[in-house]
Design a protein around this ligand. Structure first.
Ligand code: ADP
Ligand code: MG
Length: 342
């Protein structure tokens, strides 16, 4: 166990915007040093507002927060030196080259001469931008631009890196490449990463711990597997050749429910849904029981609980519904780079 201060500790953050918009309604998170922490929630949940407060770009109405051990309200300058920020909207200068962007950022953090050049070359290389280093950023692909954004956030070797929706708007290929970059960063000595995302899969893949945010506060927190595991049981779906008649259904339901490790069964026409402790292990028993009852099965699938199921359980609605309900994705999302340099 580390003896370092938490990378991020936020307690009861509240933030309202003019027009009585409650962005945060008492948000708590703790990010252990050297870990990747995911803030997962639909659009409008309060993720960017949290990042703005933690990166000293906005003040909470109430609540406290420390980043790398420094209080964001009392020592914003110390916080800014300790962090790198990759905002939801790119902070790079489109008419400057990739190399120029990195050099400027480095100078803002006090790097000069050979040290600066070495760091810039290292980052260009690391983020596969060496060949494009002399080209204007406006000609970069979305994926290249995003990689440059991350490189910009790392110039001064921060302790804590904030990635606000690092893959939103990227095509699937660029998204996968960015996931690989983030996974590599996570292996860096001592770097702590707080990433926000509205992609369930992204949080699942990248974050060691996840806080599910809904309407300005954390509804549940844990490891992805832990959260899914708490839902206890896999979903087994069986497709029947013919619907079971009402008369036989009750009998069949109780026969299936009596099998070891089977929790619930639901018949819906030709479809039977079962919750089982271990889905794969339950399938042979289920098939056997149905065969003995003379019911033919044409297909069986086992699905592990997903983060979507986790969200449904704790937020009380489907993730896709919450996401659809928020409409505009681009509004109110701009976030300037750390230090407000540009
Ligand atoms: N500058 C602002 N002025 C007014 N409302 C805002 C502003 N920024 C965010 N909001 C509102 O606060 C809520 C949370 O927004 P945000 O933190 O951007 O959520 P997320 O990043 O999770 O999509 C939303 O309802 C959003 O419309
Ligand atoms: Mg946002």
């Amino acid at each position: 166990m580390s003896t370092r201060a938490p990378a991020v500790q936020a307690r009861q953050l509240v933030k309202t915007y003019p027009g009585d918009v409650t962005a945060l309604s008492g948000l708590d998170i703790t990010v252990e040093p050297g870990t990747v922490f995911g803030l997962l929630g639909p659009n409008g949940a309060g993720k960017s507002t949290t990042v703005k407060i933690l990166t000293t770009l906005a003040r909470p109405d109430s609540g406290t927060a420390t980043v790398a051990g420094h209080d964001v309200l009392r020592h914003p300058d110390r916080v800014r030196r300790a962090i790198g920020v990759v905002a939801q909207k790119s902070g790079a200068d489109p008419v400057a080259t990739g190399r120029e962007n990195l050099q400027l950022q480095g100078r803002l953090y006090g790097l000069r001469g050979a040290d600066l050049n070495r760091r810039v070359t290292e980052l260009l290389d690391r983020f596969r931008l060496s060949d494009a280093a002399g080209r204007q950023v406006k000609g970069y692909s979305g994926g290249m631009q995003r990689r440059l954004d991350v490189a910009l956030g790392l110039v001064h070797r921060p302790e804590v890196l904030f990635l606000d929706e690092p893959t939103t708007g990227l095509d699937p290929e660029a998204r996968t490449a960015m996931w690989d970059e983030i996974t590599r960063l996570a292996g860096d000595e001592g770097l702590s990463i707080l990433l926000t995302t509205h992609y369930l899969e992204e949080a699942d893949r990248l974050a060691e711990r996840i806080a599910v945010v809904d309407r300005g506060h954390v509804v549940v927190e844990g490891t992805p597997d832990g959260l899914k595991g708490e839902l206890r049981g896999d979903a087994v779906h069986l497709e029947l050749r013919a619907p079971v008649q009402d008369a036989g259904r009750t009998l069949l339901e109780s026969a299936l429910a009596a099998l070891p490790g089977v929790r619930e069964t639901q018949f819906d026409g030709r479809r039977v849904s079962v919750r089982a402790d271990d889905g794969a292990a339950a399938v042979p028993a289920l098939l056997g029981a149905l065969e003995r009852a003379g019911v033919a099965v044409t297909a069986a699938t086992v699905a592990r609980p997903s983060l979507d199921d986790v969200y449904l359980r704790y937020a009380g609605r489907r993730y896709s519904e919450a996401q659809a309900a928020t409409g505009d994705e681009s509004a109110a999302d701009a976030l300037a780079p750390a230090g407000g340099a540009r």
